[in-house]
Design a protein around this ligand. Structure first.
Ligand code: NAD
Length: 290
């Protein structure tokens, strides 16, 4: 397939490289990052999009996505698919999809989970919103870049699935970390805590797969001095998006709201920036109730 790829950063770079490695013809554009091996450098976003059957974007936020889409959509050929893999607000995803549909294009919002490791290994999970025909066009590309693609319904639903998942993750990691810190103060050994909770009703991905306590459970960023992994700053971004969506949809999300407050404090006022999101454990362990 001929593919235009815009946004070749930590995630987009390896995703574009995997598509090229699989034999697709990829033209890439980024304001700063270099094109990875096998990807042809285009002079602009519109030039990367010209003649492509699928244009993929992997950008920092909804505002940038809207600006890039406004430039790229008029340059795309009829019947092509605009495939955004960034994590953005639901409103931006729906606005860009509507603009693409009006121009006679297919549109998909397909945010990912799996992080930079998943992007490099081609094992991302895609959560996809948009029409079925566009999903079928993009399916072979999802198979190269990822291990799983779930079609979640119409435009915006991929972003909805992503922020709901990450709201659960943010709140669950926070309570797992505070429970470890409480266990410490009660004199309960961390290994015993893990052995009980990971096989009891308190179990979760945060405890069982990504345990925030160093030296306990499977290897995780806690065993690497809390280097990310999944950075607390990115969790903060996703929690903000979830609360923005909850506000717009009039949904009552008190746990998500509290998780957002915690990550704001951790990243913006404490030492959380650039650390893994599970580094809330040493934070709680060093504090009392005051
Ligand atoms: P990044 O900052 O490394 O990459 C973004 C790239 O977009 C940069 O190279 C930047 O130069 C480029 N860019 C910005 N404006 C542009 C424009 N107008 N035209 C062309 N290029 C432009 O970020 P990332 O970690 O690759 O994340 C990308 C998206 O994926 C974000 O929405 C993020 O939330 C999401 N995401 C990231 C991770 C992760 O672990 N890094 C995991 C899941 C989802």
């Amino acid at each position: 397939m001929r593919i235009g790829f815009i946004g070749l950063g930590n995630m987009g770079g390896p995703m574009a490289a995997n598509l090229a490695k699989a034999g697709h013809e990829v033209a890439g554009f980024d304001l700063a990052a270099p094109c990875p091996e096998g990807v042809t450098t285009a002079a602009s976003a519109a030039a990367a999009a010209k003649g492509a059957e699928v244009v993929i974007t992997m950008l920092p936020n909804g505002e940038i996505l809207r600006a890039v889409a406004a430039e790229v959509i008029p340059a795309m050929r009829a019947g092509a698919v605009f495939l955004d893999c960034s994590t953005v607000d639901v409103d931006s995803a729906r606005a860009v999809a509507a603009q693409a549909n009006e121009a006679g294009l297919g549109a998909l919002d397909a945010p990912v989970s799996g992080g930079v490791g998943g992007a490099q290994a081609g094992t991302l999970t895609f959560m996809v919103g948009g029409d079925a025909a566009a999903f079928e066009t993009a399916r072979p590309l999802f198979e190269v870049m990822g291990a799983k693609a779930v079609h979640c319904g119409p435009s915006g639903n991929g972003q909805a699935a992503k922020i709901c998942n990450n709201m659960i993750l943010g709140a669950t990691m926070a309570v797992t970390c505070e429970a470890f810190a409480l266990a410490d103060k009660l004199g309960l050994d961390r290994q015993a805590m893990f052995d009980v909770v990971s096989t009891s009703s308190g179990q979760s991905w945060s405890m069982n797969t990504y345990c925030p306590a160093p030296g306990i459970g499977p290897k995780s960023p806690a065993d690497n001095d809390y280097k990310p992994g999944f950075a607390a700053d990115l969790m903060l971004k996703d929690l903000r998006l979830s609360q923005q969506a909850a506000e717009a949809a009039d949904a009552d999300t008190p746990m998500g709201a509290r998780a957002l407050e915690l990550y704001v404090q951790f990243v913006e006022q404490e030492d959380g920036e650039g650390r893994d999101f599970s580094a809330l454990l040493p934070r709680f362990a060093a504090r009392g109730r005051g």
